[in-house]
Design a binder for this molecule. Structure first.
Ligand code: GLC
Length: 514
């Protein structure tokens, strides 16, 4: 069997509001993305994932969808979408779109209809409960992205509570209702027919709900319900989704956001080959920059995920502080790039990490996200001009730090930049089957260093990552065994030369057999 494209892919996440703007309204758009495809082709990514661009009142910046089958005018039109797909495909870049199945916007016609009366034919498309005698919400579940708020809102007009694991503007769909299942399958077909190569599926593990809506363990509160729980009915829902993708030719792919902080639970969504093609595994994203902790995460993935399916790795996204900011320095962010792209599995990049962007500092009067996620959503600086290629100097969020020097144009002109490091790493992954899909073996290495081999047939690469900011002598460790040439170095030092006896501070390298 041929390896499906997504297995060897590096996928690049685009948050459309913040990527590139063509109409100078300070909010990115689809034409802006199209205009920057050459940057992505030059970088060497295999696919883009677009965060939501659908019609939305933007209570959660697009994750509250009011029409799944149209583009919000802020971002353009369906014709812009088609042009983007055509031009991406012309550059051999696949297109994955976000699909938000757990909830709609409260402005979606389905919910408007459902809330219009208890007898509405769409009432059961959402999750309703009778008021309790004491006036309290039906259970103790806690919302995500807000502190300690219940997942229930009382609809005054009809006198029942509706469920929303996220904001009150995001009522949860009732996936027990076959009409909901059919309608949401049709949404997938709508985009598959338009030529998308797959979907990133939002909070997938939360689709199935406990029919008894049993309380969460009070000892665990206020952890949000969506991060605590999953219900077994979700597996069947996911199999149904896979069936829809399999109606289409060409390895259409689904990657699920399974926000459960336990790798074994994440692995269960691969469901022995009947579930997700890929699942995001977030524990590594929350792991400190320490060799021992990372070794543990890599072993967990090998033990739990690999028997079920193909792993995936991600360090940053639109919901979390960027890893450049979490890890604190650019040398570490560079070493992290070698780690991410050297591990066995599909790699996900978040737009701007190739520029080494830090989170923006958001003054209080510019905060717009209820979940405090504005910093990682700052606009991408393309040039060193005052408008950084946006046509406005002050877009919807402030710029990330140092945009006058840390922008795509300036970094592209500098061979030693982090941007060129990402490009070299992507090229090496393309050139080396061992990196793209080979087996992985962890090696013994000096304290503070992780070392592993990748092998595929006769092709081999070795990766060494120094997690400390001191030089480390490789001595007689297994990591130093053999004769190796440095193919890529996170700091550029020694590329093309034999592996030295010492790894530099924060240095990470990809090695080729000499
Ligand atoms: C996912 C998205 C996040 C959104 C939430 C609700 O976690 O990544 O941005 O707020 O789902 O849709």
């Amino acid at each position: 069997m041929q390896t499906p494209w997504w297995q060897t892919a590096v996928v690049y996440q685009i948050y459309p509001r913040s990527f590139a703007d063509t109409d100078a309204d300070g909010i990115g758009d689809l034409a802006g993305i199209r205009g920057r495809l050459d940057h992505l082709a030059w970088l060497g990514v295999d696919a883009i994932w677009l965060s939501p661009f659908y019609r939305s009142p933007m209570a959660d910046f697009g994750y509250d969808v009011s029409d799944y089958c149209d583009v919000d005018p802020l971002f353009g039109t369906l014709a812009d979408f088609d042009a983007l797909v055509a031009e991406a495909h012309a550059r051999d870049i696949k297109v994955i779109v976000d699909w938000v199945p757990n909830h709609t916007s409260d402005q979606h016609p389905w919910f408007q209809e459902a809330r219009s009366s208890r007898d509405s034919p769409k009432r059961d498309w959402y999750v309703w409960r009778e008021p309790t005698p004491d006036g309290k919400p039906p259970n103790n579940w806690v919302q995500t992205w807000t502190d300690d708020q219940p997942t229930w809102t009382l609809d005054e007009a009809t006198g029942q509570w509706y469920l929303h694991l996220f904001l009150p503007e995001q009522p949860d769909l009732n996936w027990r209702n076959p009409e909901v299942v059919a309608a949401m399958h049709d949404v997938l077909r709508f985009w598959l027919d338009r030529g998308v190569d797959g979907f990133r599926m939002d909070v997938l593990h939360a689709l199935g709900k406990d029919p008894d809506l049993v309380d969460d363990d009070p000892a665990l509160l206020p952890i949000p319900h969506s991060a605590l729980n999953h219900h077994e009915s979700t597996y069947e829902i996911v199999r149904g989704l896979r069936g829809v993708l399999e109606e289409y030719p060409g390895d259409r792919m689904m990657v699920g956001e399974v926000f459960l902080l336990d790798t074994a639970m994440v692995a269960s969504y691969y469901d022995g080959g009947q579930g997700l093609h890929l699942a995001f595994n977030f524990p590594p994203l929350f792991t400190r920059w320490e060799a021992g902790r990372w070794r543990h995460q890599i072993e967990e993935v090998a033990r739990e995920i690999e028997p079920q399916g193909w792993p995936s790795w991600v360090l940053s996204n639109h919901d979390q502080v960027r890893h450049r900011t979490r890890y604190g320095t650019e040398p570490r962010a560079r070493a992290a790039a070698v780690l991410l792209l050297g591990l066995k599995g599909t790699a996900f990049l978040y737009a701007g990490e190739e520029l080494g962007l830090e989170d923006a500092v958001i003054p209080e009067d510019r905060v717009v996200d209820p979940g405090g996620r504005d910093g990682c959503r700052a606009p991408i600086p393309w040039t060193g001009d005052a408008d950084h290629g946006w046509g406005v100097e002050d877009p919807w969020l402030p710029w990330p730090p140092e945009p006058e020097v840390r922008n795509a144009e300036a970094l592209r002109a500098d061979d030693a930049s982090i941007l060129h490091l990402y490009r070299r790493l992507l090229a090496e992954r393309k050139a080396a089957p061992s990196l793209a899909l080979g087996d992985q073996t962890l090696l013994d290495a000096p304290a503070g260093v992780l070392a592993w081999d990748r092998t595929s047939g006769g092709d081999r690469r070795r990766i060494l990552v120094n997690f400390t900011d001191l030089p480390v002598d490789l001595g007689a460790s297994a990591a130093a065994g053999g004769t190796w040439t440095v193919a890529v170095a996170s700091d550029g030092v020694g590329e093309g030369e034999p592996l030295a006896a010492t790894l530099g501070p924060d240095q990470a390298v990809v090695l080729r057999p000499a």
